[in-house]
Design a protein around this ligand. Structure first.
Ligand code: HEC
Length: 167
């Protein structure tokens, strides 16, 4: 009898909590994502990206030709959100929830090549990051990854790649 009452009380508390959480929830993308939400979503994303990219073969060697190809593809497919220099997300990118990120940041450059390939190919569900797996060949996606590695190389106070030609 006592046990049943405890279970009923726990269920009631849970229903109340869900009710309160739902009444607080908003679909608006205007506010900045909170710290707890960002922390939990980032942890979960890293785990899923690491799991998804397991078994992806070693990336092809970086060649200037592939990086140049990647630069062109980046300009056509990624810059509209992540910015021409890959480090200053555009107005559209910054209006998304979560926001489009600086691809030269240590957070992004900390991903392995296989993880960057996986993210570009599969996108990030429940975010504005599209999947390019149907639009692009694997070879093209690798060249974009190679290009992304070059933008993090700081030359003076500028980065190589598009930033130099489009300051
Ligand atoms: C329509 C806008 C949009 C386009 C186009 C876009 N992205 Fe993104 N991208 C986003 C958003 C928004 C996020 C943030 C997702 C998140 O926080 O999980 C993101 C996240 C990423 C991340 C992961 C960052 C992280 O911290 O986990 C990588 C890598 C990335 N994009 C690369 C690319 C590449 C490469 C292209 C082009 C082939 C591209 N993106 C095109 C919006 C875009």
């Amino acid at each position: 009898m006592r046990r049943k009452r405890i279970i009923a009380a726990v269920i009631l508390v849970l229903i109340t909590l869900v009710g309160v959480a739902m009444s607080q929830f908003s679909l608006s993308a205007l506010p900045e994502p909170g710290k707890v939400e960002t922390y939990l979503a980032t942890k979960g994303k890293h785990l899923l990206v690491a799991r998804g990219s397991r078994g992806i073969s070693q990336s092809p060697a970086v060649t200037p030709a592939a990086a140049a190809e990647g630069e062109k593809l980046y300009g056509a497919e990624c810059s509209m959100c992540h910015g021409m220099d890959a480090r200053s997300p555009t107005g559209i990118g910054r209006a998304m929830y979560p926001r489009a990120v600086d691809l030269t940041s240590s957070q992004v450059q900390g991903y392995s090549d296989a993880e960057l390939f996986w993210i570009t190919k599969n996108g990030v569900r429940l975010s504005g990051m599209p999947a390019f797996g149907k639009a692009e060949t694997d070879a093209h996606i690798w060249s974009i990854v190679q290009y992304l590695r070059t933008v993090s190389v700081v030359v003076g106070n500028k980065t190589r790649g598009l930033a130099v030609r489009n300051p």
